[in-house]
Design a protein around this ligand. Structure first.
Ligand code: C5P
Length: 211
C-alpha cells in the first residue's frame, strides 16, 4: 500500500508494537516506532550525563545530536530508559526534534511505501491527517500481566506489582503532560486489545477494507 499513513497510539505496553509489526507485514507498510527515537535520545542523555532537570542542558544536547538510529535494541528496552524517555518527552524541544525526524523519514520514502507509525501523539499531533487512526485500549492490569510474562519468558527477573506501578506512573506522565499528551486522537477508532490478538487484528483488518 503506497502513500498511506496509519497511526497507532496508546498507553505503555498496550501492544502497539506487535500490532504495528503485524500490519506492516500484512499490508506491506513501513513501520516507524516513534518510542524508539525517544528511547535513543534518553540513552544519549544517560551516557553523556545530561542533567535532565536543567532545560538548558537538554536544549544544548538536542542541538548537538546529528544522527539517531531507528533500530530497536535490548539496551533501550530496560525500565531505566523507559522512565527517562518518558521524563524527557515532556519537553517541546525534544518533541520538535523527534517530529522532524519522523517527517523527514516519511518524506524520503513516501513514493515507495505506506507507513504504520506508532507512539503517543501520532494521530493527534504528528500526522493529524492520517488515512487511518487507531487508539489501542487495554486496562493497566492486563498490560502489566503481559509485560510481566514477556520479561519472565525472556529470562529476566520481574515483579508484577512493580511492573503495574511503573505502567500506571508512565500512563500518568504521558496523559497529564502539557505538551502532546496521550489522548484519543480526533477521528481515531478505539481498538479493544483486552482479549486475544486475533480479536484485535480482526477489528483492525476490517477497517483496512475501507482504505
Ligand atoms: O512507546 P515506548 O514505550 O517505547 O515510548 C517510550 C516513552 O517515550 C513513552 O513512555 C512516552 O513518554 C514517550 N513517547 C512519546 N511520544 C511518542 C512515543 C513515545 O511521548 N510518540
Amino acid at each position: 500500500m503506497k502513500n498511506i499513513i496509519v497511526t497507532i497510539d496508546g498507553p505503555a505496553a498496550s501492544g502497539k508494537e506487535k500490532i504495528s509489526k503485524y500490519l506492516s507485514k500484512k499490508w506491506r507498510l513501513k513501520h516507524l516506532d516513534s518510542g524508539i527515537i525517544y528511547r535513543r535520545i534518553a540513552l544519549i542523555f544517560l551516557l553523556d550525563k545530561v542533567d535532565i532537570s536543567k532545560l538548558d542542558q537538554i536544549k544544548k544536547k538536542i542541538k548537538e545530536i546529528t544522527k539517531i538510529s531507528f533500530r530497536k535494541s535490548k539496551r533501550i528496552r530496560n525500565q531505566q530508559i523507559s522512565k527517562l524517555a518518558s521524563r524527557i518527552a515532556i519537553h517541546n524541544c525534544v518533541r520538535d526534534f523527534v517530529n522532524k525526524l519522523q517527517y523527514d523519514f516519511v518524506n524520503k520514502n513516501k513514493n515507495k511505501h505506506g507507513f504504520v507509525i506508532d507512539g503517543r501523539d501520532i494521530g493527534s499531533v504528528v500526522f493529524k491527517k492520517a488515512d487511518l487512526k487507531l487508539y489501542i485500549d487495554v486496562n493497566p492490569e492486563i498490560r502489566a500481566k503481559r509485560r510481566y510474562k514477556q520479561l519472565i519468558d525472556s529470562g529476566e527477573k520481574s515483579i508484577y506489582p512493580k511492573i503495574l506501578k511503573e505502567i500506571k506512573l508512565r500512563d500518568k506522565q504521558d496523559k497529564l503532560r502539557k505538551n502532546s499528551p496521550l489522548v484519543i486522537p480526533k477521528g481515531a477508532y478505539i481498538i479493544d486489545n483486552n482479549a486475544t490478538f486475533n480479536d484485535t487484528v480482526k477489528q483492525i483488518n476490517n477497517l483496512f477494507k475501507n482504505l
